[in-house]
Ligand binder design. Structure first.
Ligand SMILES: Nc1ncnc2c1ncn2[C@@H]1O[C@H](COP(=O)(O)OP(=O)(O)OP(=O)(O)O)[C@@H](O)[C@H]1O
Ligand SMILES: [Mg+2]
Length: 259
């Protein structure tokens, strides 16, 4: 399943915030979108996942117009973790994760044994099994984030769109989450599109990186080609060195020391 956005113009009613942007989501590939705050990353993600309509250009899924998909049909292909989310506070964790199964169910169906097995798997994979009986409003920020990720995983989509999935997570859960994303990608060939702010993580986990600056695509390519001192200066106005360390596959980003 590939998704092709061509010459996209996207906005919220006023002046467009994304212009002339083309992006290709290739099957089985981990693509990260990076760029400064307000540059248009979430806007692009929302357009690709039908949360926001686009003004010009085309988006096709395997050659078919995005707008021709039914909601449930699309949800069987694409799972989305938005940057902002809210749930009724009295929902139990396992109930919310169960909602991930809805695209696969008839409207009158209860959870089948298969659904229950997948819900349990998603709860365990995201490390929230012990929270399953809790209400959402009794969960911490990081726990809530993992509940949402579990809900998207329970959907078993072919492509996962994750807008800042590691927000609220401590370093250990961040690494677990990136490991999980990589495992799902490598073992189940799930395509992943993520917005990441941690550029070291983007370097480590991505097959492809798209850099957005001021609503336009600044560059794209394999991580080592894209994350350079020149890009860091031009896009983020930050000085850094990219260091090769013996014994490590990926380079490290060394930011300039504070004055
Ligand atoms: N609902 C909205 N209505 C109007 N303008 C919006 C809306 N959401 C975002 N914008 C504007 O669109 C631009 C791009 O926003 P977007 O959320 O895509 O940025 P982003 O790259 O995801 O930033 P961040 O890293 O802070 O999440 C910003 O100027 C923002 O103010
Ligand atoms: Mg955003």
């Amino acid at each position: 399943m590939d998704i092709n956005g061509t010459q996209l113009q996207i906005g919220y009613g006023g002046a467009p915030v994304v212009e002339e942007l083309s992006i290709q989501v290739r099957p089985g590939v981990i693509t990260s979108i990076i760029g400064p705050n307000g540059s248009g990353k979430s806007t692009v993600l929302k357009a690709l996942t039908r949360l926001l309509s686009y003004q010009h250009g085309t988006i096709c899924v395997d050659g078919r117009d995005l707008r021709s998909f039914g909601a449930k049909e699309f949800a069987r292909i694409v799972g989305v973790l938005p940057q902002m989310h809210s749930a009724p506070p009295d929902f139990q964790v396992k109930e919310l994760v169960g909602y991930g199964r809805v695209p696969h169910q008839k409207w009158y169906a209860k959870n089948s044994d298969e659904d229950k097995r997948i819900i349990d798997w998603a709860l365990k994979a995201t490390g929230i099994w012990h929270l399953r009986e809790k209400c959402i409003n009794e969960c911490s920020g990081g726990e809530c984030q993992r509940v949402w990720i579990a809900t998207v995983l329970a959907q078993q989509p072919e492509i996962l769109f994750l807008d800042e999935p590691t927000t609220y997570l401590d370093i250990s859960h961040q690494m677990e989450m990136m490991q999980l994303v990589k495992k799902l990608n490598r073992e189940n060939r799930i395509g992943v599109v993520m917005v990441l702010h941690d550029l070291s993580q983007a370097l480590e986990v991505s097959d492809w990186i798209v850099v957005i600056k001021d609503g336009k695509k600044y560059d794209e390519g394999v991580p080592e080609d894209v994350i350079t001192p020149k890009m860091m200066k031009e896009v983020y106005d930050v000085d850094c060195d990219i260091l090769r360390v013996p014994g490590r596959q990926k380079p490290l980003i060394a930011y300039r020391e504070l004055a």
